[in-house]
Design a protein around this ligand. Structure first.
Ligand SMILES: [Cu+2]
Length: 329
């Protein structure tokens, strides 16, 4: 569980001073010493890790390094949904990556190898995340060092006891056929800020940007059963993390990321998530805004009013949130 907290002594921003200190399972990794947590593992074993970025504002780019060499992270699930098995078309195929960006509120489940006995330095790190000219400083940090132990003192689980839940009779798998479903509506939304940046907005293109208030009228009204494609642009000079309550979306594309200096994240393409980063625009008027296109699935049981927002707490608290109404079928 990775969280964040104020940096002690209020150092001036920039350089390698982070905007926020991180904690790993409540072990503070505090600037300037930044003493990492310790994870004990048994050589030759693999472990299942469930990781949450429960920080308010910090973005993570996790990597496991043995003597400096990135190790494979076998992603089993993103945002609590198993990868590549949502339609039950195939069985539990993991997605392997060398590192993974986890937005604020993002969750990932991974299988990781333990270091062998001859590894001298094994570390779980968050790599530097470039958040844009107006963004926070999320520098490289070692979150944990991994200690090789012969006997891990912990609750061991007997694999034989793990039984998958049987599907309910006649149940439709969540997200079934979403990739090929009829799309009822396409919408464009965008993140923006006023200048100097103290107000933050998420707006349906063409509408007037307004700060979030709980009593606002819904910005979007749709009907249960519908499938919609939303393109969400970032028109600001810092990263934002799009999140919607109640539903997941299928990640269709990530556009103009590289043009503006951010990598797109191939591990999440085609997966079902509820939180995704839209990286910063570099301010060059010749560069199109970075955007993601997401297939929104309103075919489930959830109706009524709920919200979508940037999950960087400072941004949502300063207005970057809006209401959607899903009318009953
Ligand atoms: Cu934001």
């Amino acid at each position: 569980m990775i969280r964040d907290q104020s940096v002690a002594g209020n150092p001036s921003p920039g350089g390698r001073v982070p905007s926020w200190d991180l904690t790993l399972n409540f072990v503070p990794i505090a600037y300037p010493q930044e003493i990492p947590a310790v994870i004990q593992m048994q050589a030759g074993k693999q472990e299942f890790w469930r990781i949450a970025n429960a920080s308010a504002d910090s973005l993570l780019d996790l990597q496991l390094r043995f003597d400096g060499v990135p190790q494979p992270l076998q992603i089993v699930a993103l945002d609590a949904v198993p990868v590549d098995s949502q339609d039950r078309a195939n069985e539990g195929k993991s997605v392997t990556t060398g590192h993974l960006l986890i937005p604020t509120a993002g969750r990932v489940e991974v299988i990781v190898p333990a270091p062998s006995a001859d590894v001298k330095k094994a570390e779980l790190v968050t790599r530097n995340v470039t958040t844009g000219p107006d963004g926070d400083n999320d520098p490289h940090r070692v979150l944990a060092t991994i200690e090789n132990v012969s006997d891990v003192a912990r609750l061991e689980t007997d694999d034989d006891e793990i039984q998958p839940d049987a599907p309910a009779p006649n149940s439709q798998p969540r997200f079934a056929g979403l990739a090929t479903a009829h799309v009822d509506t396409k919408r464009s939304l965008y993140f923006s800020e006023n200048n100097p940046k103290s107000h933050f907005f998420i707006t349906v293109d063409g509408a007037k940007p307004i700060l979030f208030k709980p009593g606002n009228a819904p910005a979007i009204v749709t009907t249960q059963g519908s499938v919609e494609d939303w393109t969400i642009q970032n028109r600001t000079l810092e990263n934002h993390e799009f999140h919607i309550h109640q539903i997941h979306f299928l990640v269709l594309s990530q556009d103009n990321f590289e043009t503006n200096g951010s990598p797109s994240d191939k591990a999440v393409l085609g997966q079902f998530m509820d939180t995704i980063q839209v990286p910063y625009w570099d301010g060059n008027p010749k560069h199109p805004y970075p955007s993601v296109t997401l297939r929104m699935d309103f075919r489930g049981p959830d109706v009524g009013n709920f919200v979508y927002h940037c999950h960087i707490a400072e941004h949502e608290d300063d207005g970057m949130m809006a209401i959607i109404t899903v009318l009953p079928r």
